[in-house]
Ligand binder design. Structure first.
Ligand SMILES: [Zn+2]
Length: 245
């Protein structure tokens, strides 16, 4: 990852460029972030300046003194101790000291910040927001998994961790078909571990909480005890007679 070290006095930006980045950020925010409850800083605020500098250097580790120096070039009275890390609590995908860098083995060194993207909020912020909003907010299967806390809707095993019932296996979450007689769309899916998904096959209908609410094939009926089968048969005959003209 690129790195912008501590440099003081060389970081000013023309006001027109600052305005350009602010508008750009506002556009990206409205498109990608506002719906998740990310906070947008006020024009001319110190927070806005931090964000503008990080946005200009997106994907680059920037030393905090460099950011402060840029802020001081606009606002000479701004304090020395600027808490850029707060932008991450506002939902921006900004990594601070010790945060793991995605797809890299390293973490952010002390004194640095980096803006990863403006296309999505910080993952932990996104997951909390999805959890609050529920299934309706999920736009893809990965976000749907986040709503369920990355757990199997039926047995609760957590993705990547040992399975509750078969601890020698790592839990993988698959697309569980809620109602197998309807198409596989996001609103007809629940995350299910490989073990639940395979053992239920397409024989059952599930509710949003991963509970069986109906049979989706005759197989479970054929496997049932004779008394149950007789009961089903009687019940169905009763229903049929009632519905006859
Ligand atoms: Zn399961």
């Amino acid at each position: 990852m690129k790195k912008l070290d501590k440099q003081v006095g060389y970081t000013s930006m023309p006001l027109s460029e600052i305005e350009k980045w602010y508008k750009q950020l506002n556009k990206e925010y409205s498109l990608n972030l506002s719906k998740y409850g990310v906070k947008f800083p006020e024009r001319n605020s110190i927070k806005a300046l931090w964000l503008i500098f990080l946005r200009k250097n997106k994907g680059t580790l920037v030393h905090k003194d460099t950011i402060s120096s840029f802020v001081a070039s606009i606002k000479p009275n701004a304090g020395k101790d600027q808490q850029v890390r707060h932008l991450a609590s506002d939902g921006w995908y900004i990594l601070n000291k010790g945060d793991k860098i995605p797809n890299k083995k390293s973490t952010v060194p002390s004194g640095y910040h980096v803006l990863i993207t403006t296309e999505s909020p910080k993952p932990t912020f996104l997951f909390n927001s999805l959890k609050r909003a529920g299934r309706i907010a999920a736009k893809n299967f990965n976000e749907l998994k986040a709503v369920y806390g990355f757990r199997c809707a039926s047995c609760g095993s957590k993705e990547g961790e040992p399975h509750f019932l078969e601890p020698d296996k790592k839990t993988q979450l698959q697309q569980g078909h809620m109602n197998p007689s309807k198409p596989i769309t996001l609103d007809n899916l629940i995350p299910q571990c490989q073990i639940c998904n395979q053992s239920y096959q397409d024989d059952f209908v599930f509710d949003m909480k991963g509970r069986v609410v109906a049979v989706a094939s005759v197989k479970p009926v054929l496997k049932a005890e004779k008394e149950i089968q007789d009961e089903i048969l009687n019940k169905l005959q009763e229903l049929r007679e009632r519905n006859l003209p």
